[in-house]
Ligand binder design. Structure first.
Ligand SMILES: Cc1ncc(COP(=O)(O)O)c(C=O)c1O
Length: 405
């Protein structure tokens, strides 16, 4: 079945926009994806017809809101093949999901324990564990990256030992595009009895994520990276772990009984969902997943890989351009530098041509240090990216090069 990119594009109103009278070429999808009309409609419809607080009210609107909200949880649970729906916790995004796990972990670790992360992390999956180790007295160990931008797997295996209590790594690197062997990494960590968290922020939109088959303990991601709304995300965790994991935020909804002196906690998933949740965006997230799941996943993957290959070929042929991150297995992320100028100038001059990319350290300063660059220019692709947009990018880059010369 062929992949109808135009039909997909028509569902994204923002892609009709012009920037300075030029058609928008949106190549910043690793930062956030655009939203199809059905996701936008889900938010508008919720506030237009059913807005109410969930779980609490004894009236029609509260009932409708609760059903839609919990229905969205079911959609997400099925999408990642959670064992049970209670394992799916609404959060504000990947960052918050990691912080919830890290906050609990700090009280479960002790001096002498070890936590492993990689040199390929987004700051969200690095600084958090630095703090956890500082608070608990545990030691942070780091898996290095090879020159190609892959994890050094031999070094990873060598770091694992009986003191390893927790391992966290990204499914996909946001700065390099590298796809990590998450199943193998999980298996090896499990062999030494460690808990495993996978930062799925950049993986969720590109792979069929089956948390049971991966075998990890936590898989976290953000709605806005998979065509859903901002400020919404998921902490998936194994039920047996989450049931006893220390609670994070306290307040309404997450309690079972409260006296003036003390309180007991609610069951999953509510014990991690204190306060009024982001109902509209949860529903819209469910809609985004429903929309995304309806795409032919094999054709989508093939399309994204073809776009990436096309972009990589043009990049390789571009004099003065260096690709940062040359892993064997990559998603549609092209990080690069130009000898002609600073990434910030590249971004600015492309923007004048209607081309949106991201420049800077991509919240991954240690990766920039590893490759000895101040930052990179990063073009990142999605389901709606076309080959002509890649042509526009490289035509734009040729102009940038002339302007900088
Ligand atoms: C790999 C990775 N981890 C974590 C995050 C943080 O996601 P959020 O800002 O949605 O919490 C990002 C965002 O770019 C990311 O790319």
């Amino acid at each position: 079945m062929s992949f109808d990119v135009q039909a997909i594009r028509e569902q994204f109103p923002i892609l009709q926009r012009k920037i300075d009278n030029k058609p928008l070429v949106y190549l910043d999808n690793a930062a956030t994806t655009q939203k199809p009309q059905c996701v936008i409609d889900a938010i508008v419809n919720y506030y237009t017809t059913s807005n109410s607080n969930v779980h609490r009210g004894a009236h029609q609107l509260a009932d409708e809101a609760t059903r839609a909200f919990e229905g969205a949880r079911d959609i997400i649970a099925a999408f990642i093949n959670a064992n049970v729906r209670e394992e799916v916790i609404w959060t504000s995004g990947t960052t918050e999901s990691i912080n919830i796990v890290a906050h609990g972990l700090a009280s479960l670790l002790a001096h002498g324990d070890e936590v492993i992360v990689t040199a390929m992390e987004h700051h969200a999956n690095l600084v958090t564990w630095q703090q956890t180790c500082q608070q608990s007295g545990a030691t942070l160990r780091i898996v290095p990256i090879t020159d190609a931008g892959e994890l050094d797997m031999e070094a990873y295996y060598a770091l694992l030992n009986s003191k390893t209590k927790f391992v966290a790594f990204p499914h996909v690197s946001n700065a390099l595009g590298t796809v990590n062997p998450i199943k193998d990494m999980t298996e090896k960590a499990k062999d030494v009895g460690a808990w495993v968290l996978i930062d799925g922020a950049q993986g969720i939109a590109h792979f069929n994520v089956d948390v049971q088959s991966i075998g990890c303990d936590f898989y976290v991601f953000s709605a806005h990276k998979i065509y859903g709304p901002m400020g919404m995300g998921i902490l998936w965790g194994r039920k047996s772990l989450l049931e006893d994991w220390p609670v994070w935020k306290t307040g309404g909804e997450m309690i079972s009984t409260v006296t003036l002196e003390t309180a007991t906690w609610n069951v999953l998933p509510y014990r991690f969902e204190a306060g009024t949740p982001n109902v509209a965006d949860a529903i819209a997230f469910g809609e985004a997943i429903r929309w995304f799941s309806a795409l032919d996943q094999t054709a989508l993957h093939a399309h994204e890989q073809a776009v990436m290959q096309y972009a990589t070929e043009q990049a390789n042929a571009f004099d003065g351009l260096s690709i940062i991150g040359q892993a064997q297995d990559k998603v549609g992320v092209l990080s690069f530098t130009l000898a002609a100028g600073h990434p910030a100038d590249i971004g600015f001059l492309l923007d004048r041509q209607g081309i949106a990319i991201r420049t800077g350290d991509h919240c991954a300063q240690p990766i920039m240090a590893r490759f000895n660059v101040p930052g990179t220019a990063r073009a990142s692709f999605a389901a709606y990216t076309t080959f002509s947009e890649i042509d526009a990018l490289f035509q734009g880059l040729h102009k940038v090069k002339k302007m900088l010369a």
